[in-house]
Design a protein around this ligand. Structure first.
Ligand code: 9MR
Length: 456
């Protein structure tokens, strides 16, 4: 974000000075254009993700594109109810964990999908109803969100709970028949289990202003008014050969309720102006400051659930399509980047948090740690003091025997003992009081000492 803005002001300065403007545009344009989707999205603080399948991670073409282009992943099926709790109370996280680890080791955000949904329920849950189903469902939310606690960027807590058509009403389902409050009960259980994950409601055919999206809008407005914990709304955006004219306005009206918005399952039929529609979706997200990222529902056309429609950004051989180029161009054009105040989701504390006020210092850092036997993920928040910060370095001391294995949104120096993390291009400049986050993963125990922060 800052990089883009800085270069724009350089350009204006050149114009004012009467230098060769056309040449400046060419040079600056080349210098600042990122060459992958994830890097380009990151310049405005956004992510560009893909839904992936654990069974394809052995395919070198697939993982090559994944690790090169994307900085977020969503499990296409591996974290759904049928996959994670095939018989009641017996949890299987092997494939979900493979997706998680693939994402974290690549420095990517991981979107969890989906805790409750009327489809893809295990057989045992399909045969339940009433209070037995309600308690099984809420227990499922608690167990799965607890397993992944501290590692998921955003959860689709509830998926596709509204009816198609003009009613704007809830979809009839066994879950809905347990009582209209089942959705808020699920969000509350998810918040209690993983206070740091953003909690989303996700649906399809809600991509423009229509009866269904207005039904969702009314629910979100009510949740915000009553303090039901909700942080984001996902718009699946499985598009045909057109895009609603009010696509951006629809995103914006949700953002104006005080939630983030995300494009969660994007794919576009190839029959029409596929590249143009992809560009329009990208530009709409870039224009809405609370649109935090876009996920495409697969990598190559051959990976898509929409067999024969060739709806993705890479062809069957893994070559970039025209739609890829149009997305990259739209991302590189920059966008609205006013960061929303971070939602403070939790009444319960995160697993372990330490804060350093750094009296008189130009910046401070706090770390939130999620540990398990033999490893940890640390999320570090960097906060500027009363003056703007231009570049920062955070020093973290690891216990003996621990080592950093990967970092994201910062460049690490050293892996054991005292490790320092330097900002990357797009998150070095902070306004007075502004914040940014980076993270790292490691083996052994996580840091217990308070990190220090120095500016400049
Ligand atoms: O892409 C998923 C496909 O592999 C599954 O067979 C299908 C089962 O219902 O779910 C697909 O993903 C869906 C997603 O989870 C929710 N929104 C619609 C997606 C496409 O059907």
């Amino acid at each position: 974000m800052s990089l883009f803005r800085k270069n724009r002001s350089l350009l204006l300065a050149s114009a004012a000075a009467g230098v060769a403007v056309a040449a400046s545009i060419a040079v600056i344009g080349t210098a600042e254009a990122a060459s992958t989707l994830g890097a380009s999205a990151a310049q405005s603080g956004r992510y560009y993700g893909a839904a992936i399948a654990a069974g394809k991670l052995g395919d070198a073409t697939y993982t090559g594109i994944l690790t090169r282009e994307f900085n977020a992943v969503t499990p296409e099926n591996e974290m759904k109810w049928d996959a994670t709790e095939p018989s009641q109370g017996r949890y299987t996280f092997t494939n979900g964990d493979r997706i998680l680890n693939q994402g974290l080791s690549n420095g990517s955000k991981v979107r969890g999908h989906a805790l409750l949904w009327h489809a893809q329920q295990p057989g045992w849950a399909q045969s339940l109803s009433g209070s037995a189903l309600r308690s099984a469902a809420i227990n499922h939310v608690t167990q799965v969100a607890t397993h992944y606690q501290g590692k998921i960027y955003a959860w689709d807590v509830v998926n596709e709970a509204f009816a198609d058509g003009g009613s704007g009403a809830r979809r009839d389902s066994t879950l809905q028949r347990t009582g209209n409050d089942w959705i808020e009960a699920a969000f509350r259980a998810a918040r209690a289990a993983d206070p740091n994950a953003k909690l989303c409601y996700n649906d399809y055919n809600t991509d423009g202003v229509n009866a269904k999206s207005t039904g969702v809008y009314t629910m979100v407005k009510d949740f915000k008014a009553r303090g039901v914990p909700i942080d984001c709304v996902g718009f699946q955006s499985h598009l045909g050969t057109g895009i609603p004219g009010d696509y951006q306005a629809n995103l914006q009206r949700f953002a104006d309720l005080g939630v983030d918005v995300q494009i969660t399952e994007l794919d576009v039929a190839q029959g029409g102006n596929q590249a143009g529609i992809y560009a329009s979706v990208t530009r709409a997200c870039m224009a809405v400051s609370r649109c935090t990222g876009i996920t495409v529902w697969g990598i190559r056309d051959s990976d898509s659930w929409r067999t024969g429609e060739n709806p993705l950004l890479f062809d069957n051989s893994g070559n970039k399509k025209a739609a890829y180029t149009s997305v990259l161009t739209a991302l590189n054009a920059g966008g609205s980047t006013t960061s929303p105040a971070p939602s403070s989701p939790s009444s319960s504390p995160s697993p372990s948090t330490s804060t350093s006020p750094q009296p008189g210092g130009a910046c401070s850092a706090s770390v939130s740690l999620n540990s398990w036997n033999g490893g940890f993920v640390a999320t570090v928040r960097v906060t500027a003091g009363s003056a703007p910060v231009n570049g920062w370095t955070v020093g973290v001391t690891l216990p003996s025997g621990s080592a950093v294995t990967s970092a994201w949104s910062a460049t690490g120096s050293g892996t054991a003992g005292t490790v320092s993390f330097r900002n990357v291009d797009y998150n070095g400049q902070l306004a007075a009081g502004g914040t940014t986050e980076f993270g790292f993963q490691g083996t052994g125990a996580g840091p217990t000492a308070t990190p220090n922060c120095s500016a400049g």
